[in-house]
Design a protein around this ligand. Structure first.
Ligand SMILES: *Cc1c(COP(=O)(O)O)cnc(C)c1O
Length: 397
């Protein structure tokens, strides 16, 4: 068993060293994500994490979870953090802790991951979709127009790792006594006006899914809040509604954070800043090299510190470009090709009169380019040249 495992891991290392080898040579096969490189970097420490959990018999220990939670709270600048099993559960439990349920409305953008809306639907409340701005984040004016007596929560999404306009959103919410729950699933480490994502709203929900910048090795999530009662309620709700093992105070779910994931995340927190730096410099390089006549990149305002969960360009002929890049071994993705309000499941959600024109237009134009920190400058230059060439050829026709 041991031998087999080792063999398998050695193979992984070989794959990843081949990868970095190929970067040094002429092969310009550009992957969208690069888990082997991440693992190659941290192989020994991941083994230490596994060792620690198994040898100290920590599977059900609350100590490691609490350690992780206090680190996260410190990083986000909130008084409390609560670990759960996924970003989706974090959103759902966050809404539950705010007593969101049937008859309530939650305002949110429909260009997000499905989970943002599905968490609302699971509580029995009604999602109210509003449009976004050029940078794909929720439009504060559209929020204002969508508020009714039933509005219980505003749920902005910090899409692509860029914080929504939280100063304006908080002002709208404050004057009307509506709670704000940040969907910060893509934004751990991002800031706006020098303030960390997750510290603006009453509650914030984060995901540590393997594909997020701050990633676990499986499903994981957490919430942050300054409100002690809410933190306490969240701890009940993630654990069946149990208080001190034997007393069921209310009906909750089982959504505890896995101890192994907590230990891995605690370890990975140390290198997060470096990873974010890598993504930010990759994004800056794209911005310098992509031809602005053909490629729209939402500008970064001075008040934004974006972590680039995704680096998204907006272009004409998107599908054709994507196929062209695929032919050139450059992998891309679309986050997300079909907005939530146009999904079959959304037919049960009543639609307001609000226009979702920008969301719909962007859905056909957005393309996520590889931006992970293991890219080389050469690879980025290759992606930029290939894209620029595609449009210059088209322009000449
Ligand atoms: C990933 C993501 C989620 C869901 O998180 P999971 O951990 O996958 O459940 C929710 N909202 C947004 C914006 C996301 O990107």
């Amino acid at each position: 068993m041991n031998v087999n495992n080792k063999y398998h891991l050695d193979q992984l290392i070989e794959i990843s060293s081949n990868l970095s080898e190929s970067k040094k040579t002429d092969s310009l096969d550009v992957p969208f994500v690069d888990f082997p490189s991440q693992f190659a970097e941290e192989r020994d420490s991941i083994h230490d994490c596994v060792d620690l959990v198994f040898s100290e018999d920590q599977f059900v220990s609350e100590k490691k979870i609490e350690e992780f939670e206090s680190l996260v709270a410190k990083q986000v600048g909130t008084s409390f953090a609560v670990g759960v099993s996924s970003g989706t559960d974090a959103l759902y439990l966050g809404l539950k802790s705010l007593n969101v349920g049937e008859g309530d409305e939650v305002i949110t953008p429909p260009n997000s991951h499905f989970s943002s809306t599905s968490a609302i639907v699971q509580t029995g409340a009604t999602p109210v979709f509003v449009d976004v701005l050029d940078d794909q984040n929720i439009d504060p004016d559209a929020i204002k127009a969508a508020i009714t007596k039933q509005t219980k929560v505003i749920m902005p999404v910090h899409l692509t790792g860029r914080v929504a306009r939280m100063d304006e959103i908080l002002e709208i919410a404050r004057t009307r006594d509506i709670a704000v729950l940040e969907d910060a699933a893509q934004a751990f480490g991002a800031r706006y006006l020098e303030q960390p994502a997750g510290s603006f709203g009453k509650i914030a929900a984060f995901s540590a899914h393997p594909l997020k910048v701050f990633n676990a090795a499986g499903d994981a999530g957490f919430l942050t809040t300054d409100d002690e009662d809410l933190a306490h309620r969240l701890r009940l709700l993630r654990n069946n509604g149990l208080h001190e093992r034997e007393t069921l105070l209310e009906w909750g779910i089982v959504s505890r954070l896995d101890v192994l994931q907590a230990v891995i995340l605690t370890h990975r927190l140390k290198s997060l800043e470096r990873k974010i730096f890598g993504r930010r410099s990759n994004a800056a390089r794209y911005r310098r090299k992509l031809d602005p006549r053909f490629i729209f990149i939402p500008p970064c305002q001075g008040r934004e510190f974006n972590i680039f969960q995704n680096f998204v360009i907006q272009v004409d002929h998107r599908d054709e470009l994507r196929a062209y890049l695929r032919d050139h071994k450059i992998r891309t993705a679309i986050h997300y090709p079909i907005p939530i309000h146009l999904q079959p499941a959304a037919s049960v959600i009543p639609r307001g009169r609000d226009s979702l024109a920008r969301v719909e237009r962007q859905a056909s134009r957005i393309l996520s380019l590889p931006v992970h920190p293991y890219l080389t400058d050469r690879q980025i230059d290759h992606v930029c040249c290939t894209i620029n060439q595609f449009y210059r050829d088209k322009d000449r026709l």
